[in-house]
Ligand binder design. Structure first.
Ligand code: ADP
Length: 462
């Protein structure tokens, strides 16, 4: 199918409006010239008619005569550029006299068409004629015919032809000019097409050069570049995730394999077997936990269909999770202080909110110093419910704070002091918060403690 290039389409749209404008101007010129020539011819004929009526002389018998001598003499002296034809008729419509320029031809006397302009032909030459009755004392005594050739109209005809020929010519020239400029102004689009066709999965580094003018194409190029940045980052993160995941899964497997290999090299006593097998079980548990968390992450990747909208009792979820971690809390002699402003019933997914809170409490307990305090409060502002969880633990440095939501990221401090973990907990928290439209804020200071705030917006409120 024939398709118009973008450049031609712009040029075409441009000349359509140009054509309308030029046509209006041309028609205007044509009508003005036509009108003034028409008016001029009519005035001239009218003037001639009045002049020749003066040449009529009425005698005492009420018959009219033409002052032929006077008429002829005047005709002789006046130089008329446009020939005027004159004829006089009597009441019987018999020709009395006519202007010599008519020679052997005659004008035609039309019945009942007096005092109006009649466009007709004389020897195939277009003429305009007017005829009037010669009246004396209320009685018709004869007829006067005045006609003029319409040669003046030739200029109107010429003008019409010029306009008709120049119209398409101007449009063609306009189209070519518009096409040239349209081509120049969409040059950046060509660059975008060329550059983007070079970008493949393996070559994500190329970026579209930004055009000089800061116009829509500049914004488009910038947006495409930003999109490419995001795609590149996402692919990079995906690669990182896969390599981190396989590393995290391989480590316990390698440990288990190594332990088993050492164990079977020679026979051991019962206690040794028990110890090594218990160690392997704990590693298998770790593996299990990682796999569970990875499945959780995968299950909620941009998926809304698994989310329930039900009434949840936030206070109870917090208390339930504190009970789950009670033995660890007791071991570290941590004091948990809860301050719930009232009972908070919200609309959300009970299971997922419980996972978020469980991860945050687990971290607070894990990273708290022993004998410190954990403070959990539920408050409400105008249209939000805030859950605040503060611990007095190892804290997070300002350089780490932006990264802790990344999968498998663990701060140096937590690795250093050998607190077990895999860096997946907070990335699950972040993903679930995004899905449930819960805002999450974090404030932390190294060696002082950390404060997480979850704010449930109006759409979570009952
Ligand atoms: P994990 O705890 O298994 O390492 P998370 O994703 O839950 O993984 O946390 C990521 C990192 O964020 C942790 O390694 C730790 O460095 C830091 N972090 C999370 N919560 C706290 C907290 N309450 N206090 C101090 N550091 C924290």
């Amino acid at each position: 199918m024939f398709s118009f290039s973008f450049k031609n389409r712009i040029a075409f749209n441009y000349i359509v409006s140009g054509a309308i404008l030029i046509a209006i101007v041309f028609l205007f010129i044509y009508y003005i010239v036509n009108y003034s020539v028409n008016k001029h011819v009519n005035e001239e004929i009218q003037e001639e008619l009045l002049k020749h009526l003066d040449d009529v002389y009425i005698d005492s018998n009420d018959t009219y005569l033409i002052q032929v001598d006077q008429w002829r003499a005047r005709e002789h002296h006046t130089i008329s550029i446009n020939p005027v034809f004159v004829e006089f008729y009597d009441t019987n419509k018999e020709l009395i006299d006519k202007s010599p320029n008519l020679k052997s031809s005659n004008l035609k006397l039309y019945d009942d068409r007096f005092d109006v302009f009649i466009d007709t032909k004389l020897n195939n030459i277009p003429i305009r004629q007017i005829q009037t009755t010669i009246i004396n004392k209320g009685k018709v005594v004869g007829y006067l015919l005045v006609a003029m050739s319409l040669e003046d109209f030739e200029i109107v005809l010429i003008l019409k032809n010029i306009l008709l020929i120049t119209f398409p010519l101007i449009l063609i020239v306009l189209f070519l000019i518009a096409r040239f400029f349209a081509g120049r102004s969409i040059l950046p689009v060509k660059t975008i097409i060329e550059t983007s066709s070079k970008i493949t999965k393996d070559n994500l580094k190329t970026r579209i050069p930004l055009p000089f003018n800061k116009d829509e194409l500049y914004v488009l190029s910038q947006n495409i570049n930003n999109l490419l940045n995001r795609v590149e980052n996402a692919i990079e993160r995906e690669k990182q995730f896969t390599s981190d995941a396989s590393h995290e899964l391989r480590t316990p497997l390698a440990v288990i394999k190594g332990t088993m290999e050492v164990l079977i090299r020679k026979s051991r006593n019962q206690q040794e077997y028990e110890e090594k097998i218990a160690f392997c079980i704990s590693e298998v548990d770790r593996l299990n936990h990682i796999v569970d968390q990875l499945l959780l992450l995968a299950r909620f990747e941009n998926q809304n269909q698994n989310i329930k909208k039900e009434t949840i009792f936030l206070n109870a979820i917090i208390l339930d999770n504190l009970t789950r971690f009670s033995s660890k809390i007791e071991d570290k002699k941590i004091k948990v202080i809860t301050h719930f402003e009232s009972d908070f019933y919200l609309i959300s997914d009970n299971y997922l909110v419980s996972i978020i809170i469980s991860n945050l409490i687990s971290n607070a307990v894990k990273y708290s110093n022993s004998q410190s305090e954990i403070l959990i409060s539920l408050t409400t502002t105008s249209n939000k419910v805030m859950l605040s969880l503060t611990d007095h633990g190892i804290g997070i440095s300002s350089t780490d704070i932006d990264k802790i939501f990344n999968s498998f990221y663990r701060s140096d401090v937590s690795t250093h002091i050998e607190i077990k973990g895999n860096g997946l907990g907070l990335s699950i928290v972040k993903r679930l918060c995004d899905l449930l439209k819960i805002e999450i804020h974090i404030q932390s200071e190294l060696e002082k403690g950390t404060n997480f705030i979850l704010s449930f917006s109006s759409e979570n409120l009952k």
